[in-house]
Design a protein around this ligand. Structure first.
Ligand SMILES: [Fe+2]
Length: 343
């Protein structure tokens, strides 16, 4: 059953009343938002939308309704079915939360948990948009903005990091993984003394996109249980080079993004891929993302593989995977994770 109040941080896009045709049956939920509040469920999916409903809304001064971001496909289908194909470009790709992200994060009258959920929700939506179409208009700015707002937030309120980490899900899913990796690496480089949000954001942005090549790998293979054949492994490993090709084709020429995308599975001892590079050949953003990426993978539940606790994951990276990561950076990351906000 749909909740009557949307989860804080859930993404919505707004639609105008004109986009709802009288005597149609929208296959998506419709929410109302009262001044500044969270959207509240108004009509569940598949309830007929009539002229009478429309009139009542207009009389109440409502000209806009909200649709959950994960029902965008149902909304597009409805537009096609009601002959509104030409309005497709009108779907606002940027939610209210995303547009106001900086202001929301800086608003200390809002509970910290709520601001953290908003940031996580927006990051997730932006990564999802990037995986759907790297060439979509405005995407570079959106990715950069969410990375920069994350940096600004953590610079202004270091204690937010522990709250953010505490609210991450442990189920592995590529969008969430990208966002988690970006959060970890943002805090890691901040803890190194980086204070320029733009400089930190360049690394966070690269982390948000590091696995974008997985958009071209079949989900069945990415989530396959059990052992992969050599051929399947080769296919999975190709996500690094595919990602770089995709970024270039979409006009992304940012060297940090390209470097991180290509090299985040390289390991300091030369055991990584695709080229078996060693630590001295890997730039700081690559070495930092490699640590954040590995940590999130280990602490996430993947199919039948249970998630390790943060302590177990750090221990494994420090002991069993010795030599794979930049040891000074790994020590710093351990400090960041063990003593958030006091390192
Ligand atoms: Fe990867």
């Amino acid at each position: 059953m749909a909740p009557d109040v949307a989860a804080v941080g859930q993404e919505f896009f707004s639609i105008s009343l004109d986009q709802l045709k009288p005597d149609s049956v929208p296959g998506f939920d419709l929410y109302l938002r009262h001044a500044g509040g969270e959207p509240v469920l108004y009509r569940a999916a598949n309830m007929p939308f009539t002229e009478e409903v429309r009139r009542r809304l207009i009389e109440s001064g409502v000209h806009e309704l909200y649709v959950p971001g994960d029902q965008a496909e149902q909304f597009r289908r409805y537009q096609r079915e009601t002959g509104q194909d030409e309005d497709l470009a009108a779907i606002p790709a940027v939610s209210h939360e995303e547009a106001q992200l900086g202001d929301i994060l800086a608003d200390r009258s809002l509970p910290l948990e709520q601001r953290c959920d908003t940031l996580l929700g927006v990051s997730h939506a932006v990564v999802q948009a990037a995986f759907a179409d790297l060439g979509s208009p405005g995407l570079p700015e959106r990715v950069h903005r969410v990375a920069e707002e994350t940096a600004r937030f953590l610079l202004a309120e270091p204690e937010a990091y522990a709250t953010l980490v505490g609210r991450l899900r442990i189920d592995y899913e590529t969008y969430a993984h990208s966002m988690h990796t970006a959060l970890y690496v943002t805090e890691l480089v901040r803890s190194l003394g980086m204070a320029d949000p733009g400089e930190i954001a360049a690394i966070g942005r690269a982390a948000l996109l590091h696995d974008v090549g997985k958009a071209e790998i079949s989900p069945e293979l990415l989530h396959k249980q059990g052992r992969l054949t050599d051929l399947e492994w080769a296919e999975v490993m190709s996500h690094t080079e595919r990602g770089v090709t995709m970024l270039r084709e979409a006009g992304w020429d940012d060297p940090v993004c390209l470097d991180v995308c290509m090299n985040h599975h390289e390991r300091c001892d030369g055991s990584g891929y695709p080229h078996g590079l060693t630590c001295d050949q890997l730039a700081l953003p690559v070495r930092a993302v490699a640590i954040a990426d590995a940590f999130d993978s280990l602490t996430s539940r993947r199919g039948n593989t249970p998630a390790l606790s943060g302590f177990q994951a750090l221990w494994k990276m420090k002991r069993e995977m010795q030599g794979q990561f930049d040891s000074d950076l790994l020590d710093r990351f351990i400090q960041v994770m063990v003593e958030p906000a006091s390192h």
